[in-house]
Ligand binder design. Sequence first.
Ligand code: HEM
Ligand SMILES: *[C@@H]1O[C@H](CO)[C@@H](O)[C@H](O)[C@H]1NC(C)=O
Ligand SMILES: *[C@@H]1O[C@H](CO)[C@@H](O)[C@H](O)[C@H]1NC(C)=O
Ligand SMILES: *[C@@H]1O[C@H](CO)[C@@H](O)[C@H](O)[C@H]1NC(C)=O
Ligand SMILES: *[C@@H]1O[C@H](CO)[C@@H](O)[C@H](O)[C@H]1NC(C)=O
Ligand SMILES: *[C@@H]1O[C@H](CO)[C@@H](O)[C@H](O)[C@H]1NC(C)=O
Ligand SMILES: *[C@@H]1O[C@H](CO)[C@@H](O)[C@H](O)[C@H]1NC(C)=O
Ligand SMILES: *[C@@H]1O[C@H](CO)[C@@H](O)[C@H](O)[C@H]1NC(C)=O
Ligand SMILES: *[C@@H]1O[C@H](CO)[C@@H](O)[C@H](O)[C@H]1NC(C)=O
Length: 601
Amino acid sequence: MNHNLKLALVLCLSVFTDLSFGYRWPSPQYDALEGYLYEGRRADGTSLAALVHPCRKRTGTLASIPAEWLRIAFHDMATHNVDDGTGGLDGSIAYELDRGENFGSGFNQTLSDFETFPNKYVSRADVIALGAVLAVSTCGGPIIPYRGGRVDVYTAGPTGVPEPQQDINTHTEMFRKQGFSQSEMIKLVACGHSFGGVRNTDFPQLVPADPSKSVNIKNFDTTDNFDNVVVTQYLDGSTQNVLVVSDNKTMVSDLRVFASDGNSTMHSLASADTYNTECTSVLERMINTVAHGVTLTDEITLLPAKVTLAQLTIEQSKLVFKSSLRLTNPINGTINKNRTVRMLWCDRNGDSQDCKGNTRYAQSVNTVTESPDLSPVTLKLGLFFINYQFIVPIDSTASISKFWFEVDEHDGSKVTVYNNEGDNYVVDQDQVIFIPTMSKAEFRSNSTEAKVYTNRNSETFTKVYTFTAAVRDGVNPSRVYIDAQDDAFGDFLQPFNSTIDLTLNSTAGTVQGYKLYTGTVKDVGFQLMIDVHADTDGTTHTVNVPEVSNLDNTVLTAPATPSSQTSSGSSSSSSSSSWRSVPWTSVSLALIFGFTTLLLS
Ligand code: HEM
Ligand SMILES: *[C@@H]1O[C@H](CO)[C@@H](O)[C@H](O)[C@H]1NC(C)=O
Ligand SMILES: *[C@@H]1O[C@H](CO)[C@@H](O)[C@H](O)[C@H]1NC(C)=O
Ligand SMILES: *[C@@H]1O[C@H](CO)[C@@H](O)[C@H](O)[C@H]1NC(C)=O
Ligand SMILES: *[C@@H]1O[C@H](CO)[C@@H](O)[C@H](O)[C@H]1NC(C)=O
Ligand SMILES: *[C@@H]1O[C@H](CO)[C@@H](O)[C@H](O)[C@H]1NC(C)=O
Ligand SMILES: *[C@@H]1O[C@H](CO)[C@@H](O)[C@H](O)[C@H]1NC(C)=O
Ligand SMILES: *[C@@H]1O[C@H](CO)[C@@H](O)[C@H](O)[C@H]1NC(C)=O
Ligand SMILES: *[C@@H]1O[C@H](CO)[C@@H](O)[C@H](O)[C@H]1NC(C)=O
């Protein structure tokens, strides 16, 4: 009962905050950040959250992955300088790993975990910040509010990460420079040292080797969770934290930090609730520490009804409109099997233009119920997702101008309308469209192409995309082209972007009302995103495609299947997962042959 009340409150709150900042579709950056936070995965289904959830240990070292993820966020942020406004969470850590202050294989492995996730809308630094949020929540900690918009740099910043042999004045000054007061320093260290520990491989003067383990890790406290046990054990004298109890008094930096105000901040953190509140606040400030001039987005709250994958496209030589509506369900609540969800839309041209004569509608053709373990954040909110998927034929003469949804629970309650806060979801143009089913990605190994990438297994390959777009008859474009961008690279290479021309291709097929154009893009990254443009009479028509990695017809040209794919447990698990194509969203036209479009007068 009480629990349901809480759920209801959470739901109301998220609806409320959602409306208060005025989200409107389309907002590709917000949608990308929201998907990462609440679904924990890339557009092609590859999951970031699954690497850390549930509060996982790393194969091999048995280190706490969440601890490694939180620590890297601190070390990346630590180059901030409040005096001149430079540095902060900006991805510079990738260029700073050869420094003594960034000792340890945990950083290298974490950057491997993250390398396939940055994209056009989510910077490398946004992924590092997201890692901290997922890490804390998957180990039972609070949900740290998350924003995007951090800007990456591609060079090392100044030094500034505290090391245990430094004295308390040095540490206090370092945190001041990062923007934190003395009591905030104590809270940051007490919150950061909640899970994980110190390794013999990195600090042999603090932790002895253990012949039975590849790495001996002495945890900061006796739990693996994110909790205040590190504080209570410090206060009651039972702590095992080597940065407090080591015989080498040079190295007991946690003791110096914690006791620097006579233990008063530590006493205030003895309550679990206070600890969670204070950690939320100070860790939020930590991940939001960015250079002067960088503007973060609004807080990313869960969208109660999210439109995804909306596209006018061609399948089996027919013009179709596809979309998906993502709704939430309480974890222990029942799913209403009687619920019907329908998409309604208006013609763009003709007698029924903008629904003057009638409105078209169709029921969802497929329902995908997601696991509550998709993201620890959504799990903690007590919710999981149900996707209602649509595909409808579109007459190319009438076309489509806008759409919206109605959800009927068939339980006597009112039908809920999702119409983009009254604006409807607008299909802004139908002049140029992208055709995933006629596009493909090919991995060519041992390639002699100019652009090649050598992965950790010394295999050399190029990814060749062949893209097909269609331009409406009568447009006669002066140029059809694609802007392609990829920000996800192994070994943290620079982002790739390129503009390529598409050419009219009469052998590619025929579709009523459209002409087909094709072209190729060579890329070596993990997450290509494209905009397809058609220029005509001084106007550029554009379709934005953030789901290129989700092509159903990916071809692996032997022997490009990397051996890391089969050697699970290798440190390059993230590069193996990037090869997986999970077309969870693809509803094929074949599934619904015999569909009908209904008309409402
Ligand atoms: C005076 C400031 C700090 C010092 C001197 C310090 C020092 C250390 C040291 C020596 C380790 C062991 C690393 C290893 O063995 O590889 C460590 C681990 C860790 N630190 Fe700190 N730290 C400080 C502040 C922070 C802060 C502010 C955070 C985050 C908010 C943080 C998060 C962590 C985490 C999560 C680990 C465990 C990593 C793992 O188990 O892989 N530290 N710290
Ligand atoms: C981590 O990467 C850095 C930079 O490439 C390198 O200098 C360092 O040796 C690596 N450390 C480990 C433990 O692999
Ligand atoms: C204590 O640690 C410091 C700093 O790492 C080191 O220089 C010193 O030799 C250590 N002392 C002992 C007795 O191990
Ligand atoms: C603070 O707490 C630590 C650990 O319990 C203790 O060793 C130290 O004496 C205390 N310091 C003060 C000033 O109370
Ligand atoms: C679904 O409909 C059936 C038949 O009308 C009804 O018996 C049942 O109670 C309904 N279930 C829910 C959850 O409303
Ligand atoms: C859902 O029910 C299970 C089993 O009764 C319980 O363990 C779990 O905590 C519940 N989850 C939520 C979010 O209420
Ligand atoms: C590709 O190159 C690697 C390294 O040079 C070599 O071991 C492998 O046999 C080559 N594979 C093919 C199919 O040529
Ligand atoms: C694409 O690359 C060019 C040249 O490297 C750069 O000037 C431009 O800003 C990049 N565009 C984007 C969107 O990153
Ligand atoms: C035209 O399309 C066909 C089929 O997709 C493709 O095989 C061919 O390479 C394309 N021609 C050009 C010039 O791109």
